[in-house]
Ligand binder design. Structure first.
Ligand SMILES: Nc1ncnc2c1ncn2[C@@H]1O[C@H](COP(=O)(O)OP(=O)(O)OP(=O)(O)O)[C@@H](O)[C@H]1O
Ligand SMILES: [Mg+2]
Length: 433
């Protein structure tokens, strides 16, 4: 047993430990200092195993200057049973084995003396016990009691702190898990949404060529078809079959991030004329066709550097399709006085190619105008529109460094204005110095 001075120094030293260590390391250091101050062979810190609380599991077992493996022992017949029932220190300064003959641990340790103190959380909950034992009888029992009580109180506070820390850690882990699960759910939802989007995209792109093929086939099936129309219908079926195939090939290329699409010099005048031609030849609605006034002004041979020229042609068809839809809607609603008009104009202005496609159909309300180029924005009934036409069109133009604008007034007109830079005119002006 150390001197009183020694003990006081150790107790003072605890305040340094407070600042340097925390958690299990702190408790180990306390145990180590306690063993040294009291000069005892064994120190044990443990807790009763719930729910029956018939045995104790040691959390720290210190023997002869080092920590050894923890053990479990029966409470019945052990001095620890009283410790865990009481509130203060239990002490057997000598002969402890004789007093508790059924306690195997005391025997194994050859313990002569025993002192145990329960420790509590700051709010009074019993958390465990601190025991010191020695192979010699204890001396200075009063001083030892105070020291053991003091250490037990410190250990109790640290146990509670660790407990709170553990609960917090558990909460954090649970939260982390929840966030991870939620993120996984969102990712899979996003994946599904992407798949849906791709499917809609493919559906939208294929709809036009397939419609053309279907209409041309219907034409072929009618009995009054002359040989010239027959040849043209077959030609369209072939051309648009190839087109549908190209669309799929391009989409696959894009899906594989294949960026080797190079700009090609394309006659955009021919591209637009062709789009108009194909579109109207494939339309079967006689009532609109017979009333429609078309005013088409396309300056010939305007060439541009274009990426994905079939895509640009599809873009023209999308815009024309919207215009014709708006015209036939208005025609259906009108009482006969309405004359549907479609104006298409392509010309070069200050080195830029400007294309205007204008209809005097239903028009677009001012509040909708901002959204018509949004993905999936449509006012058409399901099955008639996917809301991708203008979104794709705008992207296609921008991919070719052009601009895409829409002017409209509800019930009066809609005008799509597309501009492409870098026009190549076939007859370039001579440079004179
Ligand atoms: N010329 C137009 N006149 C009136 N409204 C138009 C016109 N063009 C586009 N809109 C409006 O913009 C919306 C979006 O057009 P967009 O082409 O993107 O999709 P959609 O035509 O509805 O469907 P789809 O994907 O089949 O083209 C249309 O639903 C329509 O409300
Ligand atoms: Mg459309």
């Amino acid at each position: 047993m150390g001197t009183s001075r020694n003990v006081l120094e150790v107790i003072r030293g605890i305040y340094n430990v407070d600042q340097l260590l925390s958690g299990k390391e702190y408790i180990r250091e306390l145990i180590h200092r306690l063993a040294k101050a009291l000069n005892v062979k064994y120190v044990m810190v443990g807790h009763a195993i719930k729910p029956q609380e018939k045995s104790v599991l040691t959390d720290y077992l210190y023997s002869d200057g080092k920590f050894i493996d923890n053990v479990t022992y029966e409470l019945e017949g052990s001095p620890c049973a009283d410790v865990l029932c009481g509130t203060r220190v239990s002490c057997y300064g000598e002969n402890v084995q004789h007093l508790f003959p059924r306690d195997q641990l005391l025997k194994d340790m050859k313990a002569q003396s025993y002192m145990g103190a329960p420790f509590f959380s700051p709010d009074g909950e019993l958390l465990g016990l601190l025991v010191v034992m020695d192979a010699q009888p204890f001396k200075e029992l009063e001083l030892m009691t105070s020291v053991v009580e003091f250490f037990a109180a410190r250990i109790g506070a640290e146990y509670r702190r660790l407990d709170v820390e553990e609960t917090l850690k558990q909460h954090n882990e649970d939260l982390e898990k929840l966030v991870q699960e939620r993120t996984m759910q969102l990712i899979s939802q996003e994946k599904l949404a992407t798949i849906g989007r791709i499917t809609l995209g493919i559906a939208h792109e294929l709809k036009n060529p397939l419609n053309i093929i279907i209409n041309a086939s219907e034409l072929l099936m009618s009995s009054e078809i002359d040989s010239e129309s027959r040849r043209r219908a077959l030609d369209m079926i072939y051309q648009y079959g190839v087109r549908a195939n190209d669309i799929i090939t391009n989409m696959l290329k894009q899906a594989r991030q294949d960026e080797n699409m190079q700009p090609e010099r394309i006659d955009v005048s021919t591209l637009l004329s062709h789009a108009l031609d194909v579109f109207f030849r494939s339309r079967n609605d006689i009532s609109l066709k017979s009333k429609l006034r078309k005013s088409i002004h396309i300056s010939p041979h305007v060439e541009l550097n274009l990426i994905d020229s079939p895509g640009v042609e599809r873009m023209f068809i999308n815009v024309i399709d919207n215009a014709v839809y708006a015209l036939s809607e208005k025609l259906q609603r009108s009482d006969g006085g309405f004359i549907p008009e479609l104006r298409v104009d392509l010309h070069v202005e200050r080195g830029r190619c400007q294309i205007r496609i204008r209809d005097n159909g239903t028009g677009i309300p001012q509040t909708h105008l901002l959204h018509v180029c949004d993905e999936f924005y449509t006012t058409k009934p399901p099955g008639e529109g996917t809301g991708l036409g203008l979104w794709v069109a705008k992207q296609m133009v921008e991919k070719n460094r052009g601009t895409f604008d829409i002017l409209s007034k509800e019930n009066e007109y809609t005008e799509v204005i597309i501009e492409f830079p870098e026009v190549f005119l076939l007859a370039e002006p001579e440079v004179t110095s």
